[in-house]
Design a protein around this ligand. Structure first.
Ligand code: MTE
Ligand code: MO
Length: 408
């Protein structure tokens, strides 16, 4: 009830245009493309559009396609539906279709037996493995950074939680035989730049990370093949690590012994080396490649600005996640953090996934409430009371506030 009302209040019926689609216009589903949303920061006006295999999502850019999940969807269930899962591509040369019978994954470099593996062989020759994990863009929530920073101005919907099924990368690496001198593994996909001067999107992981139990070459998401825009037919899944490493339409794995000197490792996706990952605005600081997710939590059933029961007990529900140690506790406050009480945690559905929590607070007519939640992970990391800053707008994990008002 609350949810659909909040959603309606959130969407306004103004015409939206879909220009410059990377996918052909004929492919665009006939979803409701006549809606807009106002994200809660300056220049937050966005259109919604339905791309192939997607319900109407918030359009950040259309070439390349970047789509944000409307936040209320996170209240519908712990797994983010495939058709609502956010989309982020860096380069506009994304294949508009992939023939699964022609797909081939090359595994090469410092290996004993380089291999080219078809989709059918990947499924037939290796034991399947499943994991539920949050895929979060490093720049999720960038639009809230103060001072503002350049880059995609996402609200909180550049993340999603899915059940990923595929094969373990370490099984594939064992099959090809990694050389003793190997140090890193580099991944790239079928997308490419429109202009040859733009560097192709490639990401590298240290061998000890790539060879871990949980890293998957996933061909299914929530029991279905991956949507094209989420990396069909195969993507890398690196549970606990930011989504930049989750290379989509993966078709090349190269085992190497030298640090990766490509743009996407040496220039992009870096954070201040200090443990906080933060810096003062206007300063230049040493940086390291971004790696693991920061602990975060959100209220999902009440949108900012909602009005709640004038007198009574209002139920609050939300999600929390971290980089995979698991959620130890979530605290809830209805008075902007002046006082806190423990929220009730939902079932543990996997340490890399969203964990549900619930709480309630009492209302009085006409009063305003600053709702906050703060998660602590099993490894002891916490959310920040005040936001920190970095030049790329990455890794936000401040305690968020949802302001609501009881009717008078
Ligand atoms: N091949 C390829 N994989 C990629 C990217 C890309 O541009 N190309 N972007 C990465 C980034 S930064 C993010 S946030 C995630 C987004 O995954 P999604 O579109 O499935 O939500 O894909 C990652 N994998
Ligand atoms: Mo990202």
């Amino acid at each position: 009830m609350m949810k659909s009302m909040a959603r309606r209040a959130f969407l306004t019926g103004i015409g939206a245009t879909i220009g410059g689609l990377a996918l052909s216009r004929a492919d665009v589903a006939s979803g409701d493309a006549s809606q807009t949303v106002e994200l809660p920061f300056a220049n937050g006006g966005r259109s919604l559009a339905a791309y192939p295999q997607k319900r109407p999502l918030i359009v950040l850019t259309s070439r390349p396609v970047q789509l944000e999940t409307p936040f209320e969807i996170f209240n519908d269930g712990l797994l983010t539906p495939n058709d609502a899962f956010f989309v982020r591509w860096h380069l506009a040369g994304v294949p508009t279709s992939v023939d699964p019978t022609k797909y081939a994954l090359t595994v090469r470099g410092l290996v004993d037996k380089p291999a080219t593996i078809s989709l059918a062989d990947l499924k037939a020759d290796f034991e399947p493995s499943e994991i539920t994990a949050v895929c979060e863009c490093a720049g999720n929530s960038r639009g809230f950074f103060q001072p503002r920073v350049a880059g995609g101005q996402w609200a909180n919907g550049a993340m999603g939680n899915a059940r990923w099924r595929g094969v373990r990368l370490n099984d594939v690496l064992a099959r090809v035989g990694v050389a003793a001198t190997a140090k890193t593994v580099r991944f790239s996909g079928m997308d490419g730049p429109v202009l040859p001067a733009t560097p192709k999107f490639r990401k590298s992981l240290d061998l000890d990370v790539a060879d871990g139990q949980d890293v998957l070459l996933a061909y299914e998401m929530n029991g279905e093949p991956l949507p094209l825009l989420n990396g069909y037919p195969v993507r890398l899944v690196v549970p606990g690590w930011f989504a930049t490493y989750w290379v989509k339409m993966l078709n090349d794995i190269e085992v190497r012994d030298t640090p990766d000197d490509n743009f996407w490792m040496t220039t992009a996706y870096r954070v201040p080396a200090a443990p906080c990952g933060c810096q003062d605005p206007g300063t230049k600081v040493p940086t390291v490649p971004i790696s693991r997710l920061a602990v975060r939590s959100f209220i999902t059933n009440l949108a900012p600005g909602s009005s709640v029961d004038r007198q009574g007990k209002v139920a609050v529900q939300g999600i929390a996640f971290d980089s995979g140690s698991g959620i130890a506790k979530v605290m809830f406050s209805s008075d902007r953090g002046a006082s806190w009480s423990p929220a009730t945690l939902g079932a543990d559905e996997g340490r890399y996934g969203f964990r549900q929590w619930s709480a309630s607070f009492a209302t009085e007519p006409g009063k305003q409430y600053g709702l906050q939640c703060a998660a602590t992970s099993v490894d002891g990391s916490t959310q920040l009371a005040a936001p920190t800053w970095n030049a790329s707008g990455y890794m936000r994990n401040v305690i968020e506030t949802v302001d609501v008002e009881a009717a008078s």
